[in-house]
Ligand binder design. Structure first.
Ligand code: NAP
Length: 276
């Protein structure tokens, strides 16, 4: 088993995830893994980094596929005995002009952004080593979607006692409500992406709380963040930040010094803790 520290970035064959790997290759003292659902795309990313003089490794990971998540978990356990840095970056968004029915968009978006991210956390968080860092890439869209929720939903999503099971039930209810076309009546905003990212931000708050309760002495720091509006396939060429600039806040959170006791359980953008 290797004692080398190890960092994993989900969805890192392109976009912000790729830029996060690039920065970690320069700054993280250990092995850095590109992961991608398509091995061909993942290997291409590794070769691209190699040409820049950077050494990254590759492991397949489709966050929609529990078997794939568990294969990565077993690999990390066996090769490294755990994990030091996990960046949950993989995500999807339908384009504004996409005509796919809203209920399908809701189901597909929540499947990856919320349920996929949650499954990765369920399988990989127990592997986190002391002083580990977990970064869940959410979005400012979670804050605007929260303000578009009914008072009752806002109160639930801001609660300091909401459980992961309760959050899962709420995310499932959103998808069911869109199928019945009653989501607005039920207090939801009209954005599947925004609701999926509410899920990611609230999940991060819950997970940080659980770490406090169960592994306080391990000094693991876990946060949600927004990379900003970044020029990638998701956001398009008009966005204001380059992928490198978008990677700055996630990388800052992934490399917080070992004597830092925060941020933890926060939503962070531009390296600044935001009010949820
Ligand atoms: P992107 O260029 O579209 O890249 C998304 C990455 O996620 C790709 O590598 C994609 O893989 C991967 N992915 C999607 N579904 C996956 C799955 N089931 N399993 C594993 N990987 C999967 O988007 P981006 O702009 O870099 O976005 C990265 C993250 O930042 C996302 O969580 C996004 O919501 C968030 N974000 C972006 C912006 C922005 O302005 N760009 C703003 C706020 C938040 P494939 O190549 O196989 O599709």
């Amino acid at each position: 088993m290797s004692n080398v520290p190890v960092a994993v970035v989900t969805g890192s064959n392109k976009g912000i995830g790729f830029a996060i790997v690039q920065a970690l290759c320069k700054q993280f003292p250990g092995d850095v893994y590109v992961t991608a659902r398509d091995p061909g795309h993942g290997q291409e990313a590794v070769v691209k980094l190699q040409k820049e003089g950077l050494r990254a490794l590759f492991h397949q990971l489709d966050i929609d596929d529990l078997q794939s998540i568990r294969a990565l978990r077993d690999f990390l356990k066996e090769k490294y005995g755990g994990l030091n840095v996990l960046v949950n970056n993989a995500g999807i968004a339908f384009k504004v002009r996409d005509t796919t029915p809203f209920a399908i968009q809701a189901e597909v978006t929540l499947k990856t952004n919320f349920f996929g991210t949650k499954n990765v956390c369920t399988e990989l968080l127990p592997l986190m080593k002391p002083y580990g860092k977990v970064v869940n890439v959410s979005s400012m869209a979670s804050i605007s979607a929260l303000s578009g929720c009914s008072q009752e939903l806002q109160q639930k999503f801001r609660s300091n006692t909401i459980t992961e099971d309760e959050l899962v039930e709420l995310m499932k209810k959103f998808v069911e409500d869109t199928k019945k076309s009653v989501h607005e009546k039920e207090g939801w905003p009209n954005t599947a992406y925004g609701v999926s990212k509410i899920g990611v931000t609230v999940l991060s708050r819950i997970q940080a709380r659980i770490l406090n309760e169960t592994r306080k002495g391990d000094h693991i720091l876990l946060n949600a963040c927004c990379p900003g509006w970044v020029r990638t396939d998701m956001a398009g060429p008009k966005a204001t930040k380059s992928p490198d600039e978008g990677a700055e806040t996630p990388v800052y959170l992934a490399l917080l010094p070992s004597d830092a006791d925060g941020p933890h359980g926060q939503f962070v953008s531009d390296k600044t803790v935001r009010t949820w």
